[in-house]
Design a protein around this ligand. Structure first.
Ligand code: KG4
Ligand code: ZN
Length: 360
């Protein structure tokens, strides 16, 4: 069976055709995965402008879907279902995908499946690597989320922890902005960090020990926090440039009077990557996981990828990553998660609505 996936939750319009292989250990194969990125549009504004995003999705969606079918060598009658991201994300953007998917499913007489965006990121690991040894701990780390999930059974995701404030990708984007590096920040900081000294700037690491009053059901000690780190970079830059007030910057001792952007990037990246991997492997130990994985846009980070592999070897636990194309937002992961739900019997009705804050 072939399934069409549609993803429009943020600033990528994507459509993909994924095929069921019949092989239980590697259940899905990508036939096509078309992504129309709006990065060039939003870069001018330093971040995603929701109204521009939804308008661009409307312009792109038909062409992107047609190309995904073309590249897959498929026509509408060859499909068995349509899967679409219902949420979370920007509501105007989500509505374009949901409306298109409902119309297409109705017109072609196909069943519709609603997919959670983060379930898509988690299933990108299976799409790439085949079924993971379970139980698995998966870190989903993107521009909007930094969350740990326990996967005990295929298709069941238990939230273990999340960020209390900024997502890791958001911290990358904000730090890049204050360094004048443009949007999105992840790829450029990743590149500059390679030439910097990652111990040049002393930045704080955060370790949460108490439960979050807003999420008492979670223990809280596996939670993440990145806003303090971002503020520390800001203070460092202000002090280096001699612009900050003495009182504000008194906590931070300068190690160099010149602003060395590569050193700041490397130092920031070391703290982010270490924080992410520490919590991931803490969770793996606590739940006696048989594998760990990282998905989402930030899983494209070169240092995160390399250190995940290193730590996996040291701790003797298999580690999994999506390919770079499957790391950032794409519809193939939505099609894969949709196929999983379709086989479990899930069907969405024509009343399906976008949900900007959909829970997993
Ligand atoms: O998953 P994604 O495409 O969209 C969301 O669902 O948010 O993730 C986008 C995020 C952005 O914050 C971007 O800066 C970050 O992923 N990102 C990276 C890298 N490539 C993308 N962060 C660190 N290193 C990278 N190489
Ligand atoms: Zn995403």
């Amino acid at each position: 069976m072939l399934i069409l996936g549609i993803e429009t939750s943020c600033d990528e319009t994507s459509a993909a055709v994924v095929e069921e292989t019949g092989d239980a250990s590697k259940p899905w194969a990508v036939r096509s995965n078309i992504v129309a990125s709006q990065v060039a549009i939003h870069r001018e504004w330093g971040g995603v402008v929701p109204e521009l995003a939804s308008r661009q999705h409307i312009r792109d969606i038909c062409g992107v879907v047609e190309r995904s079918l073309d590249e897959a060598g498929a026509a509408w009658p060859d499909l068995g279902a349509v899967a679409v991201t219902q949420g979370p994300g920007l509501v105007g953007s989500l509505l374009v995908g949901v409306s298109f998917a409902k119309s297409a499913a109705a017109a072609a007489g196909l069943p519709l499946v609603a997919v959670h965006h983060l379930a898509g990121h988690i299933e990108s690991l299976v799409l790439q690597n085949g079924e993971l040894p379970l139980p698995a701990i998966v870190l989903v780390v993107s521009g909007g989320h930094t969350s740990l999930y326990l996967v005990e059974k295929p298709g069941h995701y238990e939230l273990l922890s999340r960020t209390r404030d900024d997502a890791a990708g958001e911290a990358y984007d904000k730090v890049a902005k204050l360094l004048g590096l443009g949007y999105p920040g992840g790829p450029v900081i990743d590149r500059l960090a390679r030439t910097g000294n990652d111990r040049a700037v002393l930045l704080p690491t955060t370790r949460l020990t108490h439960a979050d009053r807003n999420a008492p059901e979670l223990k809280g000690d596996l939670d993440f926090s990145f806003s303090g780190l971002k503020t520390a970079v800001l203070r460092y830059v202000q002090k280096s440039e001699g612009r900050s007030q003495k009182s504000e910057a008194s906590d931070f001792r300068l190690q160099t009077s010149d602003l060395n952007v590569a050193d700041i990037c490397a130092s920031f990246q070391r703290v982010v990557v270490t924080g992410l991997l520490d919590r991931l492997f803490d969770a793996a130990r606590r739940y006696q996981a048989k594998s760990v994985g990282i998905a989402g846009g930030v899983s494209a980070n070169s240092r995160l990828r390399a250190e995940l592999a290193d730590r996996g070897v040291r701790r003797e636990i298999p580690t999994f990553l999506p390919s770079l194309a499957l790391s950032t937002d794409n519809a193939a992961m939505i099609a894969a998660a949709g196929l999983r739900k379709f086989r479990a019997g899930a069907r969405a009705s024509m009343d399906l609505n976008a949900d900007a804050a959909l829970a997993l």
